[in-house]
Design a binder for this molecule. Structure first.
Ligand code: FES
Length: 130
């Protein structure tokens, strides 16, 4: 992994943005990665059809936690319906590194929880692989 991107990922892993609980919230969901048992929960406050605020919590590998932290910075302010349709390409582009097929679900765990919270559908985002 390129040093610059590794530092970017590690920095988010060590100091995750928007981590914790959000009270009150309008939507929430909790998901886990069946491959490893790592977990991410998300709580969302909605206003005027947009994500007004959001927090995530849980535990997992550096990729899952850093991806969640990085994603939350983009998600706050986004249209809720648009956020529910985000796919693997969106997340991987934000991460900016090559993620092997076996680690893809690490990177997509936050999106899975987000989509579950918004739509009730806890399936993996488009582009996830086994
Ligand atoms: Fe569990 Fe990455 S190893 S989410």
């Amino acid at each position: 992994m390129d040093d610059l991107y590794r530092d970017f990922i590690l920095e988010h892993y060590k100091r995750p943005r928007n981590f914790g609980e959000l009270e009150p919230h309008d939507l929430e969901a909790h998901e886990y990665n069946p491959l490893c048992g790592d977990e991410i929960g998300v709580q969302i406050k909605v206003a005027d059809g947009k994500i007004a605020d959001l927090r995530f919590n849980g535990h997992g590998c550096a990729i899952s936690q850093a991806a969640a932290s990085i994603a939350t910075e983009e998600l706050i302010g986004m249209d809720v319906e648009e956020a529910a349709k985000l796919d693997a390409d969106w997340m991987l582009a934000l991460l900016g590194i090559d993620i092997s097929a076996t680690r893809r679900k690490c990177a997509l765990l936050l999106l899975k929880a987000l989509r579950h919270a918004i739509t009730g559908d806890g399936s993996w985002p488009v582009g996830a692989t086994d």
